[in-house]
Design a protein around this ligand. Structure first.
Ligand SMILES: Cc1ncc(COP(=O)(O)O)c(C=O)c1O
Length: 369
């Protein structure tokens, strides 16, 4: 059996006609930048989320950067984020001129450990980039209280948590803004780079829209200097074509996670994901912790099963952050887990037969490997 880590082809095949039609409309109308397809996606995504503003942009890195810039974050400020994430969650902090401050991960849920948050706050702390990693929301209620008390902007990084919920409220709706990536492999993925900011704050929305489009809301009326970070028409039309299926695909991921939990039960050498009470984990990734992780990954590869590691080096342990003067001992959980975590194949179209094969192969490794 050959099981890829993600399978974007099957999804395309399942909705080929809608995608091909969407692409051909944009090309026929040469609606490449801005225009009706971008507007339509923003409107539909806003309706689906029940949010006032969706500001599309070029990718989920820019959406973080633009939000922070328009909140006035810059030199001399500190912004807190989590020790395990994709580097966008921290490099965008540095891009504004501010300093990233890392906090270790929660041992059970893998997102920021809310118990350590207060200890990282100083008088210079302006914002928190709260990453809802793997498809599961961080402990947002406790974190919201702390941010409010200390007057810290709460920005939710929802790149991995489309349609995830905590107590029935979706990721991206509790902070000042939610930042989304529609990178092809994300739960809602474009056919290239794409991103968006969601917010109920009118002023922030206007500023972000302006900044992402060279500082202008109307052509040639540049009120500030900005950047060029626009969603293109093709990506917008493709995303709109996928929207009718996204909730069903999300349920299929959840169902696959349940199948994994059932078939992996009883393997003592691994730890399967824990779902936070009252939370809807949408399984962008299905991450286990495994004894002898590297040997297991190699064994699975030989048996045709592709896996990945998110992420092999915790952010503060990267060369890029040596200048902060921290050591791996400052982040004991993220450091320990970087050599234990393993992301198994996960996508809506994954079959139970594949999941059984993966589970049996893991069992085989620990019996004979
Ligand atoms: C947690 C997180 N934040 C931000 C990003 C950045 O998104 P993009 O790749 O669209 O720039 C990603 C995507 O890889 C991500 O996983």
């Amino acid at each position: 059996m050959n099981i890829p880590f993600v399978d974007l082809k099957s999804q395309y095949q399942s909705i080929k006609q809608s995608i091909d039609d969407a692409i051909s409309c944009v090309v026929n109308e040469t609606a490449f930048i801005g225009g009706k397809y971008v507007k339509e996606f923003e409107q539909k995504f806003a309706e689906l989320y029940g949010v006032k503003h969706v500001i599309s942009c070029a990718n989920g890195t820019d959406s973080l950067y633009i939000t922070m810039k328009m909140l006035g974050i810059g030199k001399g400020d500190e912004v807190i984020t989590v020790a395990n994430s994709w580097i966008s969650s921290s490099e965008t902090i540095s891009q504004t001129g501010a300093t990233p401050v890392f906090v270790d991960i929660h041992p059970e849920y893998y997102s920021i450990d809310e118990n350590l948050l207060k200890g990282a706050i100083t008088n210079n702390t302006k914002a928190l980039i709260l990453v809802h990693l793997q498809g599961q929301m961080a402990n947002i209620e406790a974190i919201q209280v702390i941010c409010k008390e200390r007057n810290i902007h709460l920005i939710e990084d929802c790149a991995q948590s489309h349609f995830s919920e905590y107590k029935g409220i979706r990721a991206g709706l509790r902070g000042i803004a939610g930042s989304f990536s529609f990178y092809p492999g994300k739960n809602l993925g474009a056919y290239g780079d794409a991103g968006a900011i969601i917010t109920n704050d009118d002023k922030l929305a206007e500023m972000c829209r302006m900044y992402a489009n060279h500082g202008a809301l109307t052509k040639h009326k540049h009120e500030i200097e900005g950047i060029n970070s626009r969603l293109d028409g093709l990506q917008a039309a493709i995303l709109t074509a996928k929207l009718p299926y996204i909730l069903q695909w999300t349920e299929q991921r959840i169902n696959n996670a349940q199948l994994y939990a059932r078939h992996l039960a009883g393997i003592n050498q691994i730890v399967v994901p824990t779902i936070r009470p009252d939370s809807k984990h949408t399984f962008h990734l299905y991450v286990i912790r495994a004894k002898e992780r590297d040997r297991l990954q190699h064994f699975l590869k030989e048996k045709g099963i592709e896996t990945a590691i998110h992420y092999p080096t915790a952010l503060p342990n990267l060369q890029a952050y040596r200048y902060l003067g921290k050591t791996p001992n400052n982040f004991p959980i993220a450091t320990q887990y970087q050599s234990e975590i393993l992301s198994l194949p996960m996508y809506p179209e994954l079959t139970e037969d594949s999941i059984i094969y993966i589970a049996n192969t893991i069992k085989e490794f620990y019996t004979v490997g």
